[in-house]
Design a protein around this ligand. Structure first.
Ligand SMILES: [Zn+2]
Length: 396
């Protein structure tokens, strides 16, 4: 038996009965917030009794609720109140639905409990939050830590492929955001996380049509993947190119046009720095703990291998921008630099495309249309072809 086969059998034996227990699906039919003096109550309506994994994160203060094997089935949007300023939710891993509460103040969980269905109420799960000192909050963060590491490790892993076994170049297309992180909110259409997925699928289709590439998506559904995992996927797939797809927003609704970004610790301008800071918040929004990932990323940056990768990334961006301009509206300065976490792969040339602005009516119309999504994909495909033609000409 192969090693993998053996592992699979062992896993099945280990999981045994518990696997069948988890197989059931739970519907989350609503959430509510209530304020009672210094206490804030969070109530979640569920179709079956649940045992969520709950933990707290600092910088910024968040409470994360992971509900195994569940689906969101609520049409209503409850207003956060009391100690909870805002909340988000979405699929965090294949078997975990995540709700992230942003806390206004230091707080601790006073109690959490299940209530059975009764008198017109469904099953409920209740969390009572009480305002606390910062040190009590930090103690609560620390005591919930072991669970966090587990959750992050549960991101679906990817089997490495044999590089260039058929001579095809490998491209990983990364649909930005997803799951509990919606990205920029759709003022005239879908949220960013939906658009990036649609555009990424079109790019994959267009690239595969050329017959020259093997193309993989970091995600093919509405699920969150932490930044580091995204470029780790590219590395594991042996990618020759990594393309992260995004949609921007800005207060001034007149601003429109796409931009191709590459990694640089010093941003090319203030606007690029603002954007990178916003995009880098993605992990925070999705309730990922950054404490243990940051050091590794900065040490990777010092590596000299990064330099050639950065040169190739910039070269691809310079080729891509005119191709994009042929198909869609682009910024005057189509290629800019900033410090994007998702581009920090040490050896895979990487670009981040901001395909346009949700906040501009014309851009939003283009981004939400199949025609617009296809035009972006055509431009990317043309740029990728030219880039690899050049690489081949240079004997790479
Ligand atoms: Zn984005």
């Amino acid at each position: 038996m192969s090693k993998l086969g053996l592992v699979a059998v062992l896993l099945l034996l280990l999981l045994g009965d518990s696997a069948s227990v988890f197989a059931q699906n739970v519907d989350i039919t609503g959430v509510r917030f209530g304020k009672n003096g210094a206490t804030t109550r969070f109530v979640m309506d569920v179709s079956e009794p649940v045992k969520p994994r709950i933990f707290m994160l600092a910088n910024p203060r968040r409470l994360v609720i992971d509900i195994p094997n569940s689906n969101w089935k609520s049409q209503k949007t409850a207003k956060a109140s009391g100690l909870v300023g805002k909340y988000r939710h979405g699929l965090f891993s294949a078997d975990t639905y995540r709700i992230v509460l942003d806390l206004n103040k230091a707080a601790v969980i006073r109690k959490s409990f299940s209530l059975p269905a009764s008198k017109g109420y469904s099953n409920r799960y209740v969390i009572d939050l009480a305002e606390s000192s910062q040190s009590d909050f930090l103690a609560a963060v620390k005591s919930s830590k072991p669970q966090i590491t587990k959750t992050v490790a549960q991101v679906p892993s990817v089997e490495p492929v044999q590089k260039s076994y058929d001579g095809k170049r490998i491209i990983v297309v990364d649909a930005g955001h997803g799951g509990p992180d919606p990205g920029t909110l759709g003022r005239y259409g879908s949220n960013e996380k939906i658009l990036t997925l649609k555009i990424s699928r079109e790019i994959k289709r267009e690239l595969e049509r050329t017959g020259r590439y093997r193309v993989y998506l970091t995600r093919d559904k509405d699920i969150y993947i932490p930044h580091r995992k995204r470029f780790e996927i590219a590395k594991r797939m042996g990618a020759d190119l990594f393309i992260s797809v995004h949609v921007d927003s800005i207060a001034n609704s007149k601003v429109r046009g796409g931009t191709v970004y590459t990694l640089n610790e010093n941003a090319s301008d203030k606007e690029a720095a603002r954007l990178a800071a916003k995009e880098n918040k993605s992990d925070i929004l999705a309730g990922v703990d950054l404490a243990e990932t940051n050091n590794e990323v900065s040490s990777i940056l010092i590596d000299l291998a990064q330099r050639e990768t950065m040169n190739n990334s910039a070269q691809f961006a310079e080729i891509l921008v005119p191709e994009m301009r042929r198909q869609v509206k682009m910024h005057r300065r189509g290629h800019r630099f900033a410090n994007f976490l998702v581009l920090k792969s040490p050896d895979v040339p990487s670009v981040l495309i901001e395909t346009g602005y949700q906040t501009n009516k014309q851009d939003a119309r283009m981004l939400n249309s199949r025609d617009g999504q296809r035009r972006i994909a055509k431009a990317v495909s043309a740029g990728v072809n030219k880039y690899f033609d050049l690489q081949i000409a240079l004997g790479r």
